[in-house]
Design a protein around this ligand. Structure first.
Ligand code: ATP
Length: 340
């Protein structure tokens, strides 16, 4: 087993990122998917790559894993290795590409255990944690979507890799199981492993050291979850009434049950929104509300791009909107916030 495969230093002595992707482009017959995507992950980081369905998260992970070749751009892992050269130190979970449905869960684990040079016996403990042990001797074709996801994750995590590339490991899992997977990922991170996870679930934002949002084939922003939350424009919550979308940033509001949320544009304020909903329905309320991870996802997925402003980071346009709005959008406790 390699002792230290990740300690890449430049000739000038500067530590290189463990993963560096620059200007990656990849498309298919029906058009471009990745259009110059950049991402840097430092050794020991847990980074979540977030973006809407179909934005190219899985395609990018395939490029990093060496199973798809980008048309342009550079990918360097462990300082100076291509994805193919880095395979023995990397463990990959790509959605739906791993499991043989004709084998049982146990046989799938054994098959992949024989293939990877750094496979361990940890799978026994992993399938226990993931509550898959009672189903290990059933053919994988009988597995539910969530069970398949757990098996794929156990296959990936049983490898003693330096870098884990995990494509939506929490998709199709119930909330209790998502918590178990989060705990596992944090334990691996604590053990010094580097982890890149893709997700379109706001819930997964909370465990990341950094989030990278992808939109229109590019990375639109990266940052620590709390930093990104703090930099969001103020969030307004309306209960019991509608309000014109045009009053909000990106001309967008987001409805959940009886609640509507939107981002305050710099050219408007809370009073304008209160006036717009006044009298619409008795008991209607308009309040500033701490931002949640769902707000964060909505902002980078639907609002910022709708402004045609994908390259302007939180340091410019968002800070400006926050100041001029004149209301404090205190970041809430992440755990509390993400449940809203
Ligand atoms: N082998 C392929 N041939 C043609 N198109 C493909 C292929 N693989 C992916 N695509 C297309 O690339 C785009 C991005 O797909 P990808 O699976 O990477 O999205 P994603 O961001 O992971 O989405 P999701 O969150 O839904 O999993 C989609 O439009 C998809 O149809």
């Amino acid at each position: 087993m390699p002792t230290d495969t990740t300690n890449a230093e430049r000739t000038d002595g500067v530590q290189q990122p463990l993963l560096e992707a620059r200007d990656v482009e990849k498309g298919f017959d029906d058009g471009a998917v990745l259009e110059g995507l950049d991402l840097t992950v430092e050794k020991g980081e847990l980074v979540t790559l977030m973006g809407p369905n179909g934005v190219g998260k899985s395609v990018f992970l395939s490029c990093l894993a060496g199973s798809t070749a980008p048309e342009r751009g550079e990918i360097e892992l462990f300082g100076d290795r291509s994805p193919t050269e880095a395979r023995s130190a990397t463990s990959v979970m790509l959605q739906g590409e791993t499991i043989d449905p004709d084998l049982t869960g146990r046989e799938n684990l054994q098959f992949y255990g024989d293939l990877h040079p750094r496979a361990t016996d940890d799978w026994r403990a992993l399938v226990d944690r993931l509550e898959l042990t009672p189903d290990l001797d059933r053919p994988a074709r009988e597995y539910s979507g969530g069970m398949r996801r757990k098996l794929e994750l156990a296959i990936a995590l049983t490898v003693d890799a330096d870098l884990y590339l995990l494509d939506e490991p929490t998709a199709e899992l119930d909330l209790a199981m998502i918590q178990i997977v989060h705990d596992l990922l944090l334990e691996y991170r604590e053990a010094g492993k580097t982890i890149l996870v893709t997700s379109h679930a706001p819930l997964d934002a909370q465990i990341a050291d950094r989030i990278a949002f992808v939109r229109d084939g590019r990375t639109v922003t990266t940052g620590a979850p709390t930093t990104l939350l703090e930099a969001l424009p103020p969030v307004v919550r309306i209960r019991g009434a509608m309000a014109p979308e045009s009053l909000f940033l990106g001309d967008r509001v987001f409805q959940r049950g009886d609640e509507i949320r939107g981002f305050l544009a710099s050219e408007t304020d809370l009073t304008a929104i209160e006036n717009a909903v006044e009298g619409a329905r008795e008991g209607a309320t308009v309040d500033p509300d701490p931002p949640s991870y769902t707000d964060l996802f909505n902002y980078y997925t639907y609002v910022q791009s709708a402004r045609g402003d994908a390259t302007r980071g939180v340091g410019s346009s968002v800070a400006e909107a926050t100041d001029s709005a004149g209301i404090a959008a205190e970041p809430s406790d992440p755990e509390e916030a993400e449940h809203r």
